[in-house]
Design a protein around this ligand. Structure first.
Ligand code: E4P
Length: 218
């Protein structure tokens, strides 16, 4: 099981890498826009200088030829680049061609098992199922992810399932139990996962006692 950071923020990527808790990173156009850097190529290259594991960089078109052009340009930035393509017919065509060219892909915005399996058939390296966006539709994200993971395992298909779109920290435990290969998590949740009030108070108790002992108060 791997954790990716779902961000393009360099400070967070540096911090999370130094904590040893992330194996890669995912971005999308919304995430890139949030950083406010109009020079997205520089931003992407800076991310790649920090993260040695898989880094998903997304194409910004639904046109097949443009997708191929952008994807090849992105892939040339580094061996660890994974080209993120939309889940649609042109996206699937692009996955097939990228696979023949040795370019890794992540088929994004999947909302159903059928879409994820189709992407796996086309040769996707990763398929991304969007937890909160599926739940918004009134379906069980947990059930869809479990079903996808089971089918891929049953048929020995090598595509890895990434769960993205986390809006609540409580979804992370649920997602971990699905057997998905990767969870891509916003930085604030990764930091929050380290915290427990009882841990804080216990550590403070140890430190207070130690200080008192050193001062000869005990
Ligand atoms: C995953 O790869 C996506 O970047 C991300 O998790 C999208 O989720 P959201 O837009 O619903 O937050």
């Amino acid at each position: 099981m791997e954790f990716f950071a779902d961000t393009a923020n360099l400070k967070d990527l540096q911090e999370l890498s130094s904590m040893g808790v992330i194996d890669g990173c995912t971005t999308n156009p919304l995430i890139m826009v949030k950083e406010g850097n109009k020079d997205h190529v520089t931003q992407m290259k800076a991310i790649l200088s920090l993260i040695k594991g898989p880094v998903s960089l997304e194409v910004t078109t639904n046109d097949l030829q443009e997708m191929l052009k952008q994807g090849r340009e992105l892939a040339a930035f580094g061996k660890n680049v994974v080209v993120k393509v939309p889940m649609n017919i042109n996206g699937l065509k692009a996955v097939k061609i990228f696979k023949e060219e040795g370019i890794k892909t992540n088929v994004t915005a999947c909302m159903s098992t059928k879409q994820a399996i189709l992407a796996a058939k086309a040769g996707a390296t990763y398929v991304s199922l969007f937890w909160a966006r599926m739940e918004d539709l009134g379906v069980s994200a947990e059930q869809i992810v479990k079903e996808t993971v089971d089918i891929l395992r049953m048929h020995n298909m090598p595509t890895k399932v990434i769960i993205g779109s986390f809006r609540q920290i409580s979804h992370i435990n649920q997602a971990l139990r699905t057997g998905a290969h990767v969870l891509t998590i916003p930085p604030q949740f990764l930091y929050e996962m380290s915290y427990h009030p009882r841990t804080e108070s216990t550590i403070q108790e140890f430190l207070d006692k130690w200080e008192a002992f050193k001062k000869g108060e005990q």
